[in-house]
Design a protein around this ligand. Structure first.
Ligand code: ADP
Ligand code: MG
Length: 269
């Protein structure tokens, strides 16, 4: 038992070290002149109109903007879940344009964790099996992750729900399983679309705290879309989108100024 957890610890230490060394050279994620048009012809929608952004290693960034401003589209491009119409995404110094599907899949599996609104839990698997899915998919040994899994399920308050299936869990509980799943392998980059959207205030605060401490402890970069100025105020930086463009950013934000800004973007004038 003890040797297994030592292996886990060694892997963590070595990947943190790799990240530190890499971090001196590269941003964790970069967007360069991203343009994205959904659809074609008369129904085409230009969702992103030229976005350039750098996310340094270890940054906890929030993305805010009115509905339809392009937040989810941006997150999908950063996560290599969709391709830009032009411009590029660079992850850990590697340009994603022209990468094969196989390489992109590998990169998503190895380096990214996703927390999206639709949790995509597997209905026939228990909470802990769902949370372990990234380990199973990548051919890792579940034993190595046993401590991390327990730690995460404790942190998200699911220690008594480990063996429940998704249909035996509330929406908020399913959301928390998805968060544990995104964090279990300590990915370099965590992309979260409204991770607290379906949670009550207390659980939501807990989830933000979890993202923040995980990011700080493992040097992870978090990019989180949120509507909630209080959630955004816990980030290192808030990036504001409007109509497919980045219109402002705030470092070390506070909830009041974030609230003012987003209010003005949502109902200008
Ligand atoms: P947000 O997450 O900020 O609400 P989205 O990135 O989801 O915004 O959408 C930006 C714009 O692109 C919206 O006008 C939306 O209707 C459009 N859009 C998003 N996805 C698609 C799609 N798959 N097909 C067509 N239009 C889309
Ligand atoms: Mg969205």
């Amino acid at each position: 038992m003890e040797s297994t957890s030592n292996v886990g610890e060694l892997q963590t230490v070595s990947s943190v070290y790799t990240r530190l060394v890499e971090g001196q050279r590269n941003s964790a994620v970069e967007a360069r002149d991203l343009i994205k048009t959904h659809g074609e012809g008369s129904t085409a929608v230009r969702a992103l109109k030229g976005i350039s952004l750098d996310f340094p290693p270890g940054e906890f960034a929030a993305i805010m903007g009115p509905s339809g401003s392009g937040k989810s589209t941006l997150l999908h491009l950063l996560g290599a879940l969709d391709q830009p119409s032009s411009g590029k995404v660079i992850v850990g110094g590697e340009d994603l344009s022209g990468m094969s599907d196989k390489k992109l899949t590998h990169l998503r599996r190895e380096r990214m964790g996703f927390v999206f609104q639709f949790f995509n839990l597997i209905p026939t698997l228990s909470a802990e099996e769902n949370a372990l899915l990234p380990v199973l998919i990548s051919g890792g040994k579940p034993d190595v992750y046993a401590d991390r899994l327990t730690e995460l399920l404790d942190l998200v308050g699911l220690e008594n729900r480990r063996n429940h299936r998704p249909d035996e869990l509330s929406g908020g509980e399913q959301q928390r399983v998805a968060i544990a799943r995104a964090l279990v392998r300590n990915p370099d980059i965590i992309l979260a679309d409204e991770p607290t959207g379906n949670l009550d205030t207390k659980t939501g605060t807990g989830v933000l705290e979890l993202l923040r401490t995980s990011a700080a402890r493992y040097g992870q970069t978090v990019v989180m879309v949120t509507h909630d100025p209080r959630a955004a105020a816990t980030a290192d930086r808030v990036v504001f989108l409007s109509d497919g463009q980045m219109v402002d950013e705030m470092h070390d934000p506070n909830a009041d100024s974030v609230f003012e800004k987003i209010k003005n973007l949502e109902s200008p004038g």
